[in-house]
Write a protein that binds this ligand. Structure first.
Ligand SMILES: [Zn+2]
Length: 194
């Protein structure tokens, strides 16, 4: 099994991740500026004092509901290689998924995947079912993955014939047959040639 991606393929995914990273950075900055601007307009137009702590409480109440919750995940992400050391049992996962599909929301719909970085550091990510996104979480024990800064999910490689894997950009299931994500149109044909 190849330990790392072909440098060309690696560069392609890093470039894609960077695009999303900087887009998120700009959007977050615009959002922060809008919050500050609307706060200033509010304080000045109502002739309140900046020393009034109540103003800051209002600012906080304005921020919390609109905070772009997933932005920090992208902004804090990093690029590195890892291996899957443990994943929730597939039978349990399938059962949970079926329950979700039949609208039984009483079931705790989570799949946990433990990744081990090449430095030996381990961390677990629990993916909650949201819409159909859980459909694409294909990570099994022994898989080699590349986490890309700016992308939501790690890229699994190599991908063998007839296999399904997770699109690192959007989380949907991609089949090796298609080699293109049906949701975001990301192309994986170069990875399949490894
Ligand atoms: Zn996709």
């Amino acid at each position: 099994m190849k330990n790392k991606l072909d440098p060309k393929i690696e560069a392609r995914f890093i470039a894609l991740g960077n695009k999303r990273y900087y887009r998120t950075l700009v959007l977050t900055a615009v959002w922060i500026l809008l919050v500050i601007a609307s706060f200033l307009v509010f304080v000045i137009s109502t002739e309140r004092s900046f020393a009034d702590l109540g103003n800051y409480l209002i600012l906080l109440l304005c921020i919390v509901p609109f905070f772009p919750f997933s932005a920090h995940k992208i902004l804090l992400s990093k690029s590195f290689y890892a291996s899957v050391s443990h994943a929730t049992d597939d039978a349990l996962y399938d059962e949970l998924r079926k329950a979700y599909m039949s609208n039984r929301f009483d079931v705790e719909n989570v799949r946990s995947v433990t990744f081990e970085k090449d430095s030996g550091e381990k961390f677990t990510i629990s993916y909650k079912i949201k819409g159909y996104i859980m459909d694409g979480l294909h990570y099994d024990e022994g898989d080699r993955v590349f986490f890309v800064r700016g992308l939501k999910y790690p890229l699994k490689f190599p991908i063998t014939e007839g296999e399904e894997f997770t699109c690192p950009a959007c989380g949907h299931t991609v089949s090796a047959e298609d080699a293109v994500c049906k949701s975001c149109r990301l192309d994986f044909s170069d990875i399949l040639k490894i």
